[in-house]
Every structure is written in C-alpha cells, then in structure tokens.
Design a protein around this ligand. Sequence first.
Ligand code: 26Q
Length: 827
Amino acid sequence: MAQTNLQLTTEEVKRSFFRNLANVQGKFPALASTFDYYMALSYTVRDMLMARWVGTASEYTEKHSRTVAYLSAEFLMGPHLALNLLNLGVTDVVRKAMLELGLNLDELLLEEPEPGLGNGGLGRLAACFLDSMAAMEIPSIGYGIRYEFGIFEQVIIDGWQVEKTDKWLLKGNPWEIVRPEWAVDIKFGGYTERLEKENGEFSVRWVPGWQVKGIPYDTPILGYKNNTANTLRLWQSVAPESFNFGRFNEGDYYGAVEEKVASENLTKVLYPNDGPLQGKQLRLQQQYFFVSCSLQDMLRIMKVQRVGLEHFHEKFAVQLNDTHPAIAIAELMRLLLDEHEVPWDIAWHVTQNTFGYTNHTLLPEALECWPVDLFQNLLPRLMEIIYEINDRFLERVRPQCLYDTEQVARLSLIGEWGGRQVRMANLACVGSHAINGVAALHTELLKSDVLADFYRFWPEKFSNKTNGVTPRRWLALCNPRLSRLISDAIGDERWIGDLSQLKRLEDKADDSNFLEIWHDAKRLNKHDFALKLYERTMVGVDPDSIFDVQVKRIHEYKRQHLNILYIIALYQRLKSDPHFDYHPRTFIFAGKAAPGYHLAKLIIKLINSVAHVVNRDPATKDFLKVVFLPNFNVSNGQLIYPAADLSEQISTAGKEASGTGNMKFAMNGALTIGTLDGANIEIREEVGEENFFLFGNTAEQVQRLKDSGYTPRDYYQNDIILREAVDLIRSGFFSHGDVGLFRDLTDNLLFSDPFMVFADFNAYYACQVEVDLAYRDRMRWNRMSLLNTARSGKFSADRTIAEYCRDIWKVEPVSIHMPPLDTFKLR
Ligand code: 26Q
C-alpha cells in the first residue's frame, strides 16, 4: 500500500513547529533552547504520524488481524526523530523548513537522548524486527519494559571504564503516550489455596503477599513509506495505590511511602549484563512483571474483539526473545486455568501453539536458571504450574527415553545440579511449537549440542532464522552518501524496501570510474568520522589510513585481546624494521563491558594503554593509531559503520550465535576479517570467499583442540611474534613499569585461554598481511567493497521477518487504507 501522501509545504511545517513550540514547550522563540526546538520539531512530526497510528489500530481491530506479539526484555531502539522523517518521506521538506528558520536539522537531531533500553545484539535485533514488521505491514506489537535508566553511559577515565546513569527521560519523551486506562495488576509472593467448586472440581486461588500496577507507554513504529504505524508497548511499575492511608493515618509517613518506592524500583534500571551473572531476585521480578502485563493486555484485546479464549493462539503469535520472557508459558497457563477456568488440556494446547522461542546463545553457562526457593517464594502459583507441566512432560518422555534416567534428568524443567533450579530454556522448549537459532551454524550446534535432547524428541520444532538488520536505519539513514550513489547507479530507491535489489550494483564492479566514486564516498565518510573522533578523544587520525574497526560488547569470546595482541606485534615490527612496508592503519575500538566483568574491563584498560604509547611514538605514529571511542551505542554505530574499511569479526568459532554488526559493516562496504562463526559463514557465502578475509580454527577444530588438552603455553613458546607481544605487556611497557596491572589477563591467556586466542594468533597475523596487500591494490579493494554491499541483500531483517511469518507465525500483511479521521463512527 503506497502511503497516503504527505504533501507538506515548508510553510505548513514551520507553522506546526511554532504552534508546538508555544503550545507544548510553552516557550516563545527567543527563550527557547536547541532542545526546545528539537521537542517542537518532534511534536510536529508526531502530529504527522498520529492519523496513521490511529488508523492502523482501527483497521487491525476491525479486521481481527492475526498479530505478532514480540516479547523482549530489551528494545535498543536508538533515536526516533530521524528515522520517522525517513519513514514518512519528509526529511527534505523538513530540512528546508528548518533552514528557512535558520536552524540546522542535523543539530536538532543531536538533541535527542537515545533510548538505550538494551545491552547489545539481542535488544537491537528486537528493534530491527519492529522496523521490518512495520515496513512489511505485519500486524505486530512489541512488549517490553520501560526502564527509567537504560544501559549506562560509558566514560573513560585514565583508560578505565566508568559507568554513569543514563537519564534518558529527564527532559521528557515526545514519542510515547501513556495509557493509564489499560493498567493491570501484578501479584508477587504470598501463598496458594485449593477451593472446591460446586461440581466437585478444584480451583486454585493465589493470595499474593504484595502487588504492583503495570502502566503501558506506547511508542509508534512507522513503516517505510506506507500507512502502517505499529506499537511498541513498554510497561512501567507503580504502587497499587499512590499512598498507604492506613499507615499514613497512624503517623507512619515513611512506612507509607516505602511501599511506593519498592514498587517503582521494579522497572528502575536495565541489568547491564549480557549474560546472567547470578540469579538476582529483582531480575526475575522484572521478567514476570512485563510478561504478565503483556499477556493480560492480550487477553483484554481478545475481550474487546469478543473472541473466545480457546482461540488465543489464532489471534496471537507470541515470540520469546531468548528465555528472558519464557515464564510467559507458565503465566498464560495460570491466566487460562485460574482466572478463566479453561481446562488443562485445552489451556496447554493453546499455550504450545501460541509460543515460539528464539535462542541467542551457545555458551552453556549463559543459559538462565533460577533457584527453586527464590522462584517458589516470589511466584508460588507459577512454581506449581511448572511442576505440573514437568510431571506430565516427563511421564510422556520416560518410555521414549527407554527409561534412561540421565536423559530424563537432562530434559527435566528442574535441574538438580548445585541446588534445585528452574531451567528456563527447557521450559521454553517444552511450551513452544517452534524453536529457532539465529544463524545456520548456531542452529546446527543447538541441535547437536545445547538442545540436543529436545531435538531428538521434536525435530519438527527446530528451524534456522538467520538474523538480519534493517536497511532503513543501517544504510539509508546512516550513510546518505553511499545511499545516493547506490540509487543513482541502479536508477531507483527500491532497494530500501527490497535489499536484494542491491545485486544490480554488480554491473558496476568492473567500472573503474565508478569504483573511484565509490572510494570517494567512503573517503568522505572517513573524513567526517575522523572529525568526530577528534572531538571526542583528541586523537587525530588520517582518513587515508585503513580504518580497521572492532565495535561490540567487550567479551573474552569476542576476542578484542586477539586484536590488541596483533597491534602490539605490528608495533614491534614497525619499531624494529624501519623499512617495513605497510599501509598506515587506524585501529578503532568501541564497546561497553558489564560493570562486574573484571577481565572485560581490563581489556578496555589495555586497549587505552597501548593507544597511549603507540599514538605518541614518533617512530610509528604515522603508520599506526589506536583509538577507543567511548560509549558505543546506536547513534555512535551510525557514525562508525559507514566509515569502516575493515570489520573485525574474530570470535572463537562456535561461540558467537550470529552477530549483527558484521552485517551492518558489509552493507556499508567494509570487508570482513573473520572466523567461521555465526553469520560470518553466511556473509562469506554471499559475498564470495575471494571477498572475505578468513582465518582461524573451525568450531570443530576448536572442540577437538579442547578435547585433546589445549595448552596455550606451547603456542607462546613456539611463536616468537606472539611471545614478544605477550612479554611486552608483562614487562610493564604499557603500564609505566607496573608489571602487575595486566597480570590477570596475561595469566588467563598463558594458563587457561578458554577462547583460544593463542591458537588463532598466527593465522590472524598472516591474514592481516593479506589485508594489507589487498588494500594497496586500490581497484581490487574498491571492487571487493562494492561486491560486499551488492551481495548483502540477504542480511536485511525484511528477509528474516518474511521467514518468521512463513514458517513460525503464519501471519499475513494487512494494508492500512486510512479513511479521513472525521469519518470514524463514534461508539
Ligand atoms: C539474562 C539474565 C539476567 C541478566 C541478563 C541476562 C541477559 C541479558 C542480555 C542475557 C543475555 C543478553 C543478551 C544476549 C545477546 O545480545 N546475544 C546476542 O544476540 C544477537 C542477536 O541474535 C546475536 O547476534 C549475538 O551473536 C548474541 O551474542
């Protein structure tokens, strides 16, 4: 459906802008700050999209459309204003209107605080999926948590990461609408009791120890140049009554307020770990809170549309973004059994047919488990239901396992290892009709390893859905220069809605004039980025050097330390051999470490310490620069990907489920140096092995090395380049003589090296030599770069969403027709 045209004039934009400045911000122009202008413009854009939003809701309701509910503890949306302008197709007219007012649109865009309600890949994937579902007119709603404080802001002090609170809501949020009329109550604690009904059957009543209220805040999610505006619905917790009058009247003012404070703590802050460090009570409270709010909301919608609850799975396809919302399986059972008197077998049929489960991890230690005691105390009724699900499941499974008790124990929803635990991945597998991994290798490893017991039972439940990223934000919006070039080269902009169209760029692969223009676009992006880097780090870099970039969360398995060891080796080579012929390189790092992850924080310190030394060394500073850009987030990503020449995707094979940054780089014409891990494998298949720098042990080889007793010391002893690099760190060269500073890191590598940094070092070094050679053949490099973009179409999230719709959700697009608002009938 083509979008209802917004034939706006700059005059109309300006009028609306001034009206909002006065009516919403309550400011006259002379008193207004740049932030006020940003707000006025945001409300102006909001006014443009409201009719679509209301029209979309109306049409879905009228048509009883089958709807995807995407449940995720994280949505890493990034700034809204620029994307909404793009989706509405009004960027140019708005830019012009602002210019006529003497305002620069790009400066206003910088005023938007980023909604950082996620840690990394998983949260960003949820945001890309919402974008693609709206672009493809799929009825959908994202459900999550409205954290008051999102992912911390990272500042670097003396080379160390320091965390600052992210106060994204402080100055108001123009993109959300609160819906207090749809608030729901959530129970915690207490006990359950059995009541005999008139017909002799039993029902269960959960008498809670305490309750909180969940209030929904809605944010519109626009489709690209269509009339669709879907919803992201985030829940905030508040106290059930704003005041405890009993206590207040007794004079216990603080006691009265305490309850309110406790309730509101629930959605205060996002957990900044991207793996469960320990089972924290508040985290389980958050998970249950948003899941129960969301399911109750879906039941309310069912009621509005007068659909019987036995049809729940026909109305909603609910996707679980990892196990964080997996408690939804027990909660839907509870709501159907206890609150709507649906019999067990029907409730279970509905539940199993409702849920799909996406797994995002291969690290066994990252699978979520909750101590039974904690679970029992917080959610007594859900614990009972989980026991019942487990009993019925194990009963069915036991004969099929030929009474192999070990296999039965592995399948159980309750683990007995190191204290009794509720295993959320097992619950998710049992309660869903579909289970998927996020890249081909990942799904194979799930089937053969992490979830092998479930695969043996239900092979038909498993499928692969290789991740994708939205080409709107990650190409059209963040890289206007390349986007214009692409559209000019292939003659139209259809690629923005159908990324496979990029294939048509291949016609230009041998056109040396075009390749020069391609190079210029990248060169200018690098130039722009170099200015930002200088502003933020005071390190000047040369846009003609190779921009070699590793940006992602800091993790041992992602191996930023492999990269830094190579940099140290390169530095030593440059020092010892003044005639060493090497194209200058700028190594750029960015990424946050979990606040409690000691080694990750030490890796950041090491990067900054190496940078401090090499950037100042007159013998190398023209050939080698190292920069750590603080506070990696969506906005910074939008600056970095378009400016990258080389994308570092160097995780230990078999550890990175997919990766999605790898896709953003390739789309923007960076070449990848990478292992055969996650989606790297599929990127290499698509772009061609001659256009990808491959190195390192395969997942199989890694496993075999482990099994045969891996000894990192041997590599250290046999590889002089590696040894000298490690020894330079140990000597205190990067730490003002302090030989202890990096010892935890170097000892970890020398005596354990769980992610096989040493085993891959030599191959990585050799591969970087290949990169250098390739870059110095300018035409060859530009051709490879162009082919990476041209062949990245598979990695559009639109392709991924189409596969989920076809194989898991069975949903169809619904076009929005937008009758004029004044033709709606009142009830
Ligand atoms: C769990 C329990 C308690 C506290 C925190 C968590 C938690 C939070 C976030 C556990 C995991 C995460 C995030 C995981 C994540 O981002 N995984 C990444 O998902 C991407 C999208 O599929 C993949 O591309 C990456 O490979 C994968 O690492």
